[in-house]
Design a protein. Structure first.
Length: 337
């Protein structure tokens, strides 16, 4: 268990006022995001069948919560989603979305192997979104333009939140900086990827770190793990902010232009996962039957935590925590829901 306990922390909102602020941020942000990216809200599954290959494998080591169901075949395992990265791309085709149209969902997940701390919970809630683009738009310019729109949506909701809760809104920088993982390694070769992220976040305040998943030139190791079958590792990234209340970076969104048939095969080969090409989702993608897309996830609780200046994600979501963490938080005026 890792826990940061800021000195002299005092919540500026009561629990009931915090709950009201959470409702405002969640409802307003999804409205603004939908407008800026031309997205329609859609229903999404809480669980999928394992044999479809639709679940997100994250870093490849996390265990999904799995179960069987009475009316399904005995060998048909159902998994609670880690994210909806693959499902969204299939849904865009299934529901007849056109070029530059997209969807977003309220995604809820359970990540049983998460290391619990101020930012991480077993319970995950995020806006999962996906949008169709043209093949020729699979570029870094498209990625950066989309990041700027998401950043502007966050800034708009920050401004509106500050009008309602002026003493409780954490103020964000005006612009977002872009950097690649290789540039970070070249700048700070002796630091770990986490330390590099803290360095650049503290310097720039808001930064989009690009090209996550492939091996870096100096270390020969990836900056961070990424599943090989949704983001294109050359066209993805994480949106992070420097979070002064806890003295470290806070990641709010992971996103990217999705794999093409060519980059899917290349990344599956690099990850030694070519066996996935037999799964239904992967077969459709390799045959060119799915649209080219860009998409990602935006943490709902993390955005609330960021904008409200909270010390712990448990102040803006109801989850379960170790007894030691509950005790320490109570002693330091951190009100876990």
């Amino acid at each position: 268990m890792s826990l940061i306990l800021p000195e002299k922390y005092q919540p500026t909102l009561t629990i009931r006022d915090t709950e009201a602020a959470i409702v405002f941020i969640r409802e307003r942000f999804q409205e603004v995001l939908g407008q800026k990216l031309h997205l329609q809200r859609m229903s999404a599954p809480l669980f999928v069948e394992k044999n479809t290959g639709l679940n997100d494998n994250l870093n490849g080591v996390e265990r999904p919560v799995a179960f069987d169901a009475k009316d399904l075949p005995k060998d048909d395992t159902v998994e609670i989603v880690h994210s909806l990265a693959k499902w969204k791309r299939m849904a865009l085709k299934k529901y007849g979305f056109g070029i530059h149209e997209g969807l977003f969902t309220n995604m809820n997940a359970i990540r049983r192997d998460e290391d619990l701390d101020n930012f991480h919970s077993i319970y995950v809630d995020q806006w999962d979104w996906e949008k169709i683009i043209a093949k020729e738009e699979r570029t870094e310019d498209t990625l950066k333009e989309t990041v700027r729109k998401i950043f502007s949506a966050i800034k708009q909701v920050e401004t509106e939140c500050a009008e309602r809760y002026p003493a409780s809104t954490y103020r964000l920088p005006e612009d977002v900086h872009f950097v690649t993982t290789q540039e970070l390694e070249d700048t700070w070769p002796d630091l770990s990827p986490e330390e590099r992220e803290d360095k650049i976040a503290k310097k720039e305040k808001a930064v989009f770190i690009m090209k996550i998943g492939d091996k870096l030139k100096r270390s020969g190791q990836p900056h961070d793990g990424r599943a090989p079958d949704y983001d294109d590792w050359a066209l993805n990234g994480d949106l992070i902010f420097w979070y002064e209340p806890l003295g470290q970076k806070l990641e709010v969104s992971s996103m990217g232009i999705r794999v093409s048939p060519e980059s899917l095969h290349e990344q599956l080969e690099k990850a030694d996962c070519l066996d996935r090409e037999k799964l239904p989702f992967h077969r459709q993608l390799l045959k060119g039957e799915l649209p080219y897309t860009i998409g990602g996830g935006i943490g709902q609780s993390r955005l609330c935590m960021l904008l409200l200046g909270k010390a712990h994600i448990g102040e803006v979501q109801a989850s379960v925590w170790p007894s030691e963490m509950l005790k320490e938080c109570e002693e330091h005026h951190i009100q876990l829901l």
